[in-house]
Design a protein around this ligand. Structure first.
Ligand code: F6P
Length: 544
């Protein structure tokens, strides 16, 4: 395991960055570009077909040098090696963190507790591929011998957000005569709407849950079972209409799914890092095994880049360090993810779990309170829709919101001038945010004095522009891995465990307790809560 490092505020680079930030903050990006025009081409990095322009950030070469020193003093290199070699860096759960093994080529060997996990990964991939081919070719028949036409993934969190994001992102590559639906919420509407126009005879449910105990998923899976049996009557039908994706074969069998119809994964895959494990079965059925392997190859290419490239040119490291820079030295609370690609419409939602469940921690690995702010809030919408909604605040509000613009040179669906218009907006927004418009410029346009302050754009608002060639399965893998390792870099700097999620537990426990209290009409009114919660429960019991 990597050596323990000094608390963040004691690291020399941190102290130097604190002093440096004070001198840099008053400087405007307009001046930084004026005194150093070459920064527009110098402060860029390119790898695996992704070009990162980070020149419109409030940094200089000195900032970058210090941030990289901080990464070194935080032990980023040994931490990367520890992750890639299967050491148990998820210390609160005593687990290895090996999503990188899910996309390792069969020739590689990665050991956990002395056992090579790569052959197992490929065994599951082959089983998924055989199953996906059967469904795609119409050979997998339902109980009444009709081919499957509808695939419904039931899962939540990492067992939903990755599959739905990837399905939407790669719809262009999907088999269009199959219908895909995703059910996650325990709100019955989610299930009812997902199946309202489907025929149980032609519907296959993929019950996706790492633990196979998650309340929402199990409740939806039981409703799906009842919905299926209402038409097909015989319990033997379940075997043709349900498969499980899980690490927990006991619970899968208990639910009534034959473990022969189970696709496994392992405790060293975190839920939010699992879209390229068996959890990606819906993706594989949609785009086919060959495209799924291209997706994995994209992930792997970014893994190799992250592990082997010097920090100065390392995309995830640079992006992670910039996020630490704004979070801790500019008091930025959020990061906006702005994909200018309609197919990436669920990418911001996917990144919310990846980033916020990973780095929403206030305690360091040694159990002490972290001495800086951690995980920013990630949010966003695809461009250009956001421009007509929340960009006003990014341009003229009082908060600093670092933005990641994501654009592509080629349109997946070329249509007249659409793509050039879309991309013109990427470049325009990043330029407007950085350089703004001064009062003098506004006045020169003949704007009346009273309106000038309203029309001034302060600028000096930072952004990254990520420019890739085209959204393909391979490129999606690269983009997701880029953010996975970006999050990892941030977590190492803050010395937190980016791979546990204890913060979700308390609400779950309380909900189970309260469910018992509201479901039983004869139970006495609850008294063990605070007066507000008791009052709400009683009101609900009386009005439901
Ligand atoms: O409660 C949070 C969480 O554990 C996530 O980390 C996870 O992705 C989600 O629930 C679903 O868990 P499972 O795949 O075990 O159903």
């Amino acid at each position: 395991m990597p050596d323990q490092v000094a608390p963040l505020s004691q690291r020399p680079a941190w102290k130097a960055l604190t002093a440096h930030a004070a001198t840099l903050k008053p400087q405007h990006l307009r001046d930084l570009f004026k005194s150093d025009p070459a920064r527009g081409t110098r402060l860029t990095a390119e790898a695996e077909g992704i070009f990162l322009d980070y020149s419109k950030n409030r940094v200089t070469d000195d900032t970058l040098k210090l941030l990289i020193e901080l990464a070194e003093q935080s032990g980023l290199k040994p931490h990367i090696e520890a992750m890639f070699t299967g050491q148990k860096i998820n210390i609160t759960e005593n687990r290895a963190v090996l999503h990188v093994a899910l996309r390792a080529p069969a020739s590689e060997s990665i050991k956990v507790d002395g056992e090579d996990v790569v052959p197992e990964v490929h065994k599951v991939l082959n089983k998924m591929a055989a199953f996906a081919d059967q469904v795609r070719s119409g050979k997998w028949l339902g109980y009444t011998d009709k081919p499957i036409k509808n695939i419904v993934n039931i899962g939540i969190g990492g067992s939903d957000l990755g599959p739905v994001m990837a399905y939407e992102a790669l719809k262009h590559y999907s088999q269009r005569d199959l219908t895909f639906r995703f059910v996650s919420n325990v709100d019955g509407t989610d299930f009812v709407e997902a199946v309202h126009d489907l025929d149980p005879e032609e519907t296959l449910f993929l019950v996706a849950s790492k633990t196979f105990t998650t309340l929402e998923t199990m409740t939806n899976a039981h409703s799906a079972r009842s919905w299926t049996l209402a038409k097909l009557k015989q319990t033997e039908a379940i075997a043709r209409h349900f498969v499980a994706i899980s690490t927990n074969d006991k619970e899968v069998a208990k639910f009534g799914i034959d473990t022969a119809n189970m696709f496994g994964f392992w405790d060293w895959v975190g839920g939010r890092y699992s879209m390229d494990s068996a959890i990606g079965l819906s993706t594989m059925i949609a785009i086919g095994p060959d495209n799924f392997r291209k997706l994995l190859a994209g992930f792997h290419a970014m893994d190799v880049h992250f592990r082997t490239t010097p920090f100065e040119k390392n995309l995830p490291v640079l992006m992670g360090l910039l996020t630490v820079w704004y979070t801790d030295f500019f008091d930025a609370q959020t990061v906006a993810i702005l994909p200018y690609e309609q197919y990436l419409k669920r990418f911001p939602a996917y990144l919310q779990q990846l980033t916020m469940e990973s780095n929403g921690k206030h305690v360091t690995l040694d159990g002490t309170h972290v001495d800086a702010d951690t995980g920013p809030i990630y949010w966003g919408e695809p461009g250009t829709n956001g421009q007509h909604s929340f960009y006003q605040l990014i341009h003229q509000g009082t908060r600093l919101i670092p933005c990641d613009f994501i654009g592509f040179s080629k349109a997946v669906n070329p249509l007249g001038r659409h793509h050039d218009m879309l991309m013109a907006n990427v470049f325009a927004q990043a330029e407007a945010l950085a350089f703004g418009k001064t009062a003098e410029e506004v006045k020169a346009e003949g704007v009346p004095d009273a309106l000038v302050p309203h029309k001034v754009f302060e600028g000096n608002r930072p952004s990254n522009v990520l420019l890739a060639n085209e959204l393909t399965p391979e490129m999606l893998g690269k983009l997701v891995a880029l953010y996975e390792h970006n999050v990892f870099t941030q977590g190492v700097i803050w010395s937190i465990d980016s791979f546990d999620q204890w913060g979700v537990e308390l609400g779950k426990v309380l909900a189970t307790k309260i469910l018992g209290e509201i479901e039983s009409p004869t139970a006495p009114a609850p008294t063990a809560h605070d007066t507000s919660t008791t009052n709400l429960i009683n009101r609900y019991r009386a009005t439901k």
